[in-house]
Design a protein around this ligand. Structure first.
Ligand SMILES: *Cc1c(COP(=O)(O)O)cnc(C)c1O
Length: 339
């Protein structure tokens, strides 16, 4: 089976597993796991930020960031496609007691102008806007990419209005291998950044939250209360370190393959629309109403697994467990499948 359901399905390779088995371990709740500390240091330095925190998931790093940046009765601004709104079980309300102001952006991307109009005026009866969350790449937007030129005006607005700016960078490296922008510039712009190690980077578990020392000190408390204080977590952190040191550059391969599938699909008569492919995600809509499940069955008969993203919408996600042969087979099938 060829699995295009998500880039979270990757399995750790032999070298990664060996690296994990050799990692020096300790108790990370006491900040005494040398491998967790090394990963956190490595990531913080990579982004030129003061500190980092290793967490079990990207949902947790996002939720902790929201919690630290806000007070109850505050409001955060994000695109209506955002993961923090769509796929984190409404955690912003549960953990932080805040509301959310949604913007209808372009493929999950919002502008400074849109944000400015979404900021609440000051009144007793209005929530207080305190945080903006951007997502790069944006999953539901078809893996769309922000460039720094688009982000800088948002940063300037946040500064002038006293808003915190958080980046859900679950797949940030898929963007950076395209734009060639630097991690350090990202570190300078955002108050906090979340990156996933368990997506295209190929680690089995884990995400990192980056920020100032004070921010991360607070974040540690919320990680603990959410039950995310792990003990000999260095075993997992080692996989993350291996991924960051060895598996970033190859993300370009995933992006290129996704683009190839996108252009084949856009020529096929059963496809109504392919969202612009900018990274490792391909989202496309079928012509026939309600036919996503039927199309998935057809793919499955050809030994390809993918997921429905709506009644007529299919998502492919590329990742490092797709071999060259599998890639060739996918191309073959997309070119010839009749539907
Ligand atoms: C996957 C993902 C996350 C975090 O997901 P977890 O499964 O909790 O690690 C956050 N944001 C985006 C955009 C994602 O794709």
């Amino acid at each position: 089976m060829i699995n295009l359901i998500s880039d979270t399905v990757t399995l750790p390779g032999e070298k990664m597993k060996q690296f994990m088995m050799q990692a020096p371990l300790g108790d990370d709740v006491f900040a005494a796991d040398p491998t967790v500390n090394e990963l956190q240091r490595y990531a913080a330095d990579l982004f030129g930020m003061e500190a980092a925190l290793f967490c079990p998931s990207g949902t947790m790093t996002n939720q902790i960031a929201i919690k630290v940046h806000t007070q109850p009765l505050d409001e955060l601004i994000c695109d209506h496609y955002s993961h923090v709104y769509q796929y984190e079980t409404g955690g912003f309300a549960f953990h932080s007691g805040i509301s959310v102001k949604l913007i209808q952006g372009q493929h999950g991307k919002i502008t400074a102008q849109q944000i400015e109009t979404a900021i609440q005026p000051t009144a007793d009866w209005l929530p207080r806007t305190s945080l903006v969350v951007l997502e790069n790449t944006c999953n539901k937007g078809g893996g769309s990419i922000y460039t720094l030129d688009e982000i800088k005006p948002i940063k300037a607005l946040c500064d002038s209005r006293g808003l915190a700016l958080h980046l859900d960078g679950a797949r940030l490296f898929n963007a950076l291998v395209e734009t060639k922008e630097s991690t350090v510039e990202y570190g300078q712009i955002f108050d906090s950044i979340s990156i996933c190690l368990s997506k295209g980077l190929g680690a089995p578990v884990g995400s990192l939250l980056l920020g100032t020392k004070d921010f991360i000190r607070e974040a540690r408390r919320f990680r603990k209360v959410m039950g995310g204080g792990m003990r000999q977590a260095g075993l997992l952190a080692a996989a993350g370190l291996f991924a960051l040191q060895n598996q970033v550059e190859r993300l370009k391969i995933d992006n290129d393959r996704a683009k190839a599938y996108g252009s084949i699909l856009s020529e096929r008569p059963f496809v109504k629309e392919v969202l612009p492919v900018q990274s490792n995600i391909v989202i496309f809509e079928l012509n026939e109403r309600g036919s996503a499940d039927k199309f998935l069955k057809k793919l499955e008969n050809n030994r390809i697994l993918a997921s429905a993203f709506g009644p007529e919408t299919i998502r492919f996600v590329l990742h490092l467990d797709i071999s060259t042969e599998m890639h060739q087979r996918i191309i073959e099938i997309l070119k010839t499948i009749d539907f």
